[in-house]
Design a binder for this molecule. Structure first.
Ligand SMILES: Cc1ncc(COP(=O)(O)O)c(C=O)c1O
Length: 497
């Protein structure tokens, strides 16, 4: 099925494919593609009259639209597809050229991740009716290609929310067959052979990204040493201290507001040079202590005020995970698409932290702070406390659709290591391990020659040795280290490989 824009070379390739015995369908999405097809077919008629020809299909631009993030792929303003007038013109021109027997297929695709079955049924009705009317014109069309778009239920909610689907594969199949059968019976035409091209639904489940949490970044400022108040502490610090000592379940909301005001005043006074660095540090610790206490009191209440939900988000810890959002989950960054993320360690222990995730790129967009939830989108994920020296791995699920190909080399993070795992009745085996990109690959992708970089580094070190600023031994070690980096992985590893 040749979808997308096709120039003359592409159409020529379709004819070559047919000669090689492939079932090729040139799906006409623009009139220029028909010009190329008829032209090349005429050439074949002269030069190789016996050669098998590819089939021709037409992509119809339906009035019916899909639902969800990719809704704009369908409807009258869609990028691809032919209008009714254009389809009639394709038929007329194929008939005029004596090539109408090439027209075998009607196709439509109203977008990816179609979340609502009602919209799918509407599109199906329109397409089936168009198909039947074409058959009634005595055109030997046989195939109805219902495109892709079957949605993946990323959040498990089974709703028409953009990360979900209010139907499953069985219901989708039943509805497609039922609608097409009903329309064809109504029009009294033979039932078509139905083709479906769902990509996301088939591929999402084939891959997950596994990443280790490398470290954590706390927002809450904690005292690194025992904090002692003195009578010399400025008034603003004393006030924060009083709030911390007297906050309780009845006054926590008022005291939290006072603390916010005091914190602003603390920064203003510091910027005016009125308080010392030590006082500012003390004030910050006291402020976050008050926030933590206020949060605890707020979460005990039946109804948690919105500001305390926001406070919880602000206070949550950021887990630094060893991956690049841009490389491995670009749709999360570009489209705010949600993927289910779960720890794959400590599953017998209750999570005790609320965290968001940061990747290891230096881009502040490299974060994940929206997570799937049955009833909503969660701003934080429940995770376990990190323990120094213990591994903690997370799995980002259902990334098999589009993420690998859409992923980019932003900040020069390359493809991660890949393991091909086969799961059978007797367990699983790792069939293949494909190593990810090296630093050498990453720099070469932006047109730096690793050998040239090594030469430049070597020359700089040799110059320092010549000037007596480095010993031979130190210089050689530095050169060897630098040269070894070419082969190292772009992500963090215990030994750099
Ligand atoms: C013409 C066509 N068919 C099928 C698909 C696959 O769509 P999905 O992965 O949503 O099933 C696409 C994707 O955009 C498409 O453009």
């Amino acid at each position: 099925m040749l979808n997308g824009f096709k120039d003359r070379d592409f159409v020529n390739l379709a004819f070559a494919g047919a000669m090689a015995g492939k079932n090729v369908v040139i799906v006409i999405e623009k009139m220029s593609e028909l010009d190329h097809t008829l032209d090349i077919a005429a050439k074949f008629a002269k030069e190789a009259p016996e050669a098998p020809l590819p089939m021709v299909g037409v992509r119809v631009k339906l009035y019916s639209k899909g639902s969800g993030k990719w809704e704009k792929s369908g409807g009258e303003a869609a990028k691809f597809g032919l209008t009714t007038t254009e389809i009639l013109e394709v038929i007329r021109r194929l008939q005029e050229a004596g090539r109408i027997d090439m027209l075998k297929l009607l196709h439509f695709h109203i977008g990816s991740q179609l979340t609502d079955i009602k919209r799918i049924k509407n599109a199906m009705k329109e397409a089936a009716r168009t198909y039947a009317k074409i058959v009634k014109m005595n055109i030997p069309i046989q195939y109805l290609d219902v495109g892709g778009g079957m949605a993946v239920d990323y959040d498990g909610s089974r709703t028409s929310f953009e990360s979900s689907a209010n139907y499953n594969a069985r219901e989708f199949a039943n509805d497609v067959i039922y609608v097409i059968k009903t329309v064809c019976d109504d029009e009294n035409v033979e039932h078509p052979t139905i083709i479906q091209e769902s990509g996301r639904y088939l591929s999402a489940y084939h891959a997950m990204l596994v990443t280790n949490v490398q470290d954590e970044i706390e927002t809450v400022v904690e005292s690194l040493t025992e904090m002692e108040m003195t009578k010399d502490d400025p008034q603003i610090v004393q006030e924060l201290h009083d709030l911390r000592e007297t906050i309780n379940g009845k006054n926590y909301r008022e005291y939290y507001h006072d603390a916010l005001e005091n914190r602003d005043e603390l920064f203003t006074m510091f910027n005016l040079g009125l308080i010392s660095l030590e006082a500012k540090g003390k004030g910050e610790v006291l402020f976050w202590d008050i926030c933590e206490k206020a949060d605890q009191f707020a979460q005990q209440k039946k109804y948690v005020a919105e500001e305390f939900d926001e406070l919880r988000q602000l206070m949550c810890v950021k887990y630094l995970a060893n991956f690049s959002v841009f490389r491995s989950m670009p749709d999360n960054w570009a489209l705010e698409q949600l993927f289910p993320i779960v720890p794959i360690h400590k599953l017998n222990k209750k999570p005790s932290e609320y965290a968001t995730l940061c990747d290891i790129t230096c881009d502040s967009d490299g974060i994940v702070d929206k997570f799937v939830d049955l009833h909503d989108v969660k701003p934080v994920l429940e995770l376990h406390t990190l323990v120094k020296g213990e591994s903690y791995y997370l799995a980002m699920m259902l990334v098999g659709a589009y993420q690998e190909v859409m992923g980019n080399n932003h900040n020069l993070f390359g493809v991660p290591h890949e393991a091909h795992v086969f799961i059978g009745e007797d367990g699983y085996i790792i069939k293949k391990v494909v190593y990810g990109a090296t630093l050498g690959d990453a720099v070469a992708s932006v047109r730096f020659e690793p050998g040239q970089l090594q030469d430049t580094f070597r020359r700089a070190v040799l110059q320092r040795i010549k000037e007596g600023k480095l010993s031979n031994d130190e210089g050689s070690k530095a050169i060897r280290f630098y040269e070894d980096q070419v082969e190292s992985y772009t992500y963090l590893t215990p030994n750099g490989k």
